[in-house]
Design a protein around this ligand. Structure first.
Ligand SMILES: Nc1ncnc2c1ncn2[C@@H]1O[C@H](COP(=O)(O)OP(=O)(O)OP(=O)(O)O)[C@@H](O)[C@H]1O
Ligand SMILES: [Mg+2]
Length: 360
């Protein structure tokens, strides 16, 4: 388990200050895949870099089960032993122990260009007291794990983006970390390679019970493999929850925007713009989001009969998220104003989130 409490970090440039983290609190349970999303500059990288202390927070505590805690006191890091012993100033040795538990992969792979795949993966195994044979065995084992054994003697320049990322993942896992920190691991990859890497991460999560903290700016990635998600904006976590709840009931404007981009429902604005005659007088255009308690189109036809309104479905999208149906429909509701209002109220009563997009 990782627990970040009251983390803050401000970067001070000569001419200005940037608040990169402001009182961030997050808890990641063992075995979870935890997503962190946000726009560029939201503080995501700073946040994960604070977990392994590549970045030193100004204030707050980082706790990692099995290691202990690091607490910033007046800008200086102290180590808090797990057994509740008294705090001591953090040493290089503490840091080394912490980082052994935390593998990290980066957006741009960070491979050694002049070294082969073998040497890249072997790199973190040097100076760990292993013999040459042990290192060889471990490297081959890791390459099998990421399905890249046949490239053992290749150089990074001879690999595709997805293959480079596999090497980076193998390297990050070399010392059997319990936690993997992944900073935009798929953003440089095409959709097929992205899917393959996500499948690999999910596989590793299951096989090794690896906890993964995964930064991304794509909700589709969160939807594919995360259990929980935190949404960051301007250094703060503005929304947090299990993936299904966040997708079915986003609360903050920024979360709604993120969710829309990944559901295809974002197309509605394009549709309205391209087709301004879609809405005639006396119509209300609504967007309905169904969650597991209320599934879709049957309800729409029921409402239509019950209230004598026309319910014209113009865009629909239903998918399974963690085994539960999550659906959206854009519906043109036609009829007398009171009837339209009653129909919408009825839908809301039946656990459908209804947003009125426009009145004609
Ligand atoms: N070393 C640094 N010195 C000064 N400012 C920094 C430094 N690192 C980050 N920042 C600033 O802190 C803020 C948060 O940066 P961060 O890299 O954490 O964002 P991010 O969410 O990872 O963005 P992206 O999606 O573009 O990677 C930004 O405004 C950035 O300019
Ligand atoms: Mg970043």
């Amino acid at each position: 388990m990782i627990e970040l409490s009251h983390l803050s970090k401000t970067f001070t440039a000569p001419d200005k200050k940037v608040v990169a983290l402001e009182d961030v609190n997050i808890r990641v349970d063992a075995g979870q895949i935890y997503g962190i999303v946000g726009y560029s500059g939201a503080g995501k990288s700073t946040l994960v870099r604070c977990i392994n202390l590549l970045e030193k927070p100004d204030a707050g505590t980082v706790h990692v089960d099995g290691f202990g805690g690091i607490e910033m006191r007046k800008g200086r890091p102290f180590y808090l032993p797990e057994d509740g012993g008294s705090a001591v100033p953090l040493t290089e040795k503490h840091l080394k122990t912490l980082r052994r538990d935390l593998g990290m992969i980066f957006q741009h792979f960070n491979l050694l260009d002049r070294s082969t795949v073998f040497e890249n993966v072997a790199y973190p195994l040097r100076h760990t007291g292993r013999s040459r044979d042990e290192i060889r065995t471990r490297v081959l084992e890791l390459l099998d794990l990421v399905d890249l054994r046949e490239k053992v003697n290749a150089y990074p320049s001879e690999l595709s983006g997805g293959q480079k990322q596999r090497v980076a993942i193998a390297r990050a896992l070399a010392n059997n970390p319990r936690i993997l920190l992944s900073d935009e691991a798929t953003s440089a990859l095409d959709p097929d390679a992205t899917e393959a890497i996500l499948r690999l991460l999910k596989d590793l999560n299951r096989k090794l019970n690896l906890t993964i903290v995964l930064i991304t700016h794509e909700m589709a990635v969160v939807k594919t493999i995360c259990d929980r998600v935190a949404v960051m904006e301007e250094g703060r976590v503005v929304e947090e929850g299990d993936v299904y709840s966040v997708f079915s009931e986003p609360k903050q404007a920024i979360t709604k925007k993120f969710v829309q981009t990944s559901s295809g429902m974002g197309q509605i604005e394009t549709l309205i713009r391209a087709n301004s005659s879609i809405l005639s007088r006396g119509d209300t255009l609504i967007q309905c989001t169904f969650s597991k308690d209320s599934v879709g189109e049957a309800l729409v036809s029921d409402v239509s009969r019950r209230f004598g309104v026309n319910m014209n479905i113009i865009l629909g999208n239903v998918e399974l998220l963690h085994g539960n149906p999550l659906g959206g429909l854009v519906v043109l509701v036609g009829g007398e104003p009171e009837k339209r209002a009653a129909a919408i109220a009825y839908l809301r009563d039946h656990d459908v989130r209804v947003e009125v997009i426009e009145h004609g």
